[in-house]
Design a protein around this ligand. Sequence first.
Ligand code: SF4
Length: 399
Amino acid sequence: MTTSKGEVFEAVAPRLRLLVLQPTQFCNIDCSYCYLSNRTSTARMSLETLDLICQRLFESPLLGASLDLAWHGGEPLAVPLSWYEQAVALVEQRRPAHVRVKHCFQTNGLLMNDAWVEFFARTGARVGLSIDGPADLHNSNRRTRRGGGTHKEVMRAVSLLQEHGHDFHVITVLTEPALDEAEKLFEFYVLNKIKEVGFNIEEVEGINRVSSLAATHVETRFRNFVQRFLNLVWSNPGMIRVREFEDGIAFILSRNPVRDPQNVPFNIVSISHDGVISTFSPELLGAHHMRFTHFGFGHVSTHRLEDVEREPLFQTVSQEIERGVHACECTCPYFRWCGGGAPANKLFETGGFDTTETMHCRLTRKILLDELLALIETHLTPPDAVTTAEPVHGNFRWS
Ligand code: SF4
């Protein structure tokens, strides 16, 4: 950090958009593509640690007027509901009046019951369920430690949320067998009245060293999947909203170049159950790496959030990430609409942050943008360009 007035302001200007808190590393199931190294540990965040986090958070000039607080583990519902009752009350007690906090839970749904849904309704929490489609697709990867399928239980969570009228979205991880099943997936969402979907891909990340999507010939099938699903969404208006399609269209129409929040320091801050602070891609929290060892840049007991910028490890990682973004800017025609990619994917696929293309960006940026542009050229008269490149989950309409 320099002493120049302008640069100091730049360093601490409000820019924290998403705080990811890890209530526990533990997960009650054992998905084949999971990137977490320590998901059998039952250690939990204490309320004392959460209080310290609140202190660091709400005193920080990095914070603006609103914040998404994502409880993400491990499986967040593996921590008792009584703990969250106290945790949410504590955040509410410490929150300055002008700061809005939206709680978000991404869960495998197995532990959901009426009491949880009533809690979500009472706190206005946003809920995401992890469902990989119909039972055969879902159960081939999302299994218990004994190898049993988990589809029946997660569909019980769908019913509970729907009975209570609590909106939710679904995250589906695409693996190679799903690529031939666009129609089957679309039908599954429609039949089960699932209206908001986000597609993740099986990534090479953390301890998950291989992906069924990595082979070059799979990219053609991925492109076909995107084309087919996009056409299903387009020809059935109002049935399903797909996060990637809405965000991608907003990026294409934006007047401003896109910057990926994962490669901007402090746009996303992740804090572990025991108070370790990380930033950039949330998947870096708790990850091990031969060259960097870890990505814990500070601790809430010793660091204000903005103090992390002074740490040598942060500076090394940050500078390498910035070199990667710059290399993308110099070489990639998609840069304006991508923003230079996710650091975690670059690191785990290529061995460094200062690199450019990954499988992740070929599939989720290049192919997706190609197909969205093709759709726009075929069907749409573009409306006035929007002026922001913020992701617009939930707000954007095509017509
Ligand atoms: S699409 Fe890939 S190579 Fe291009 S800017 Fe994004 S991350 Fe970099």
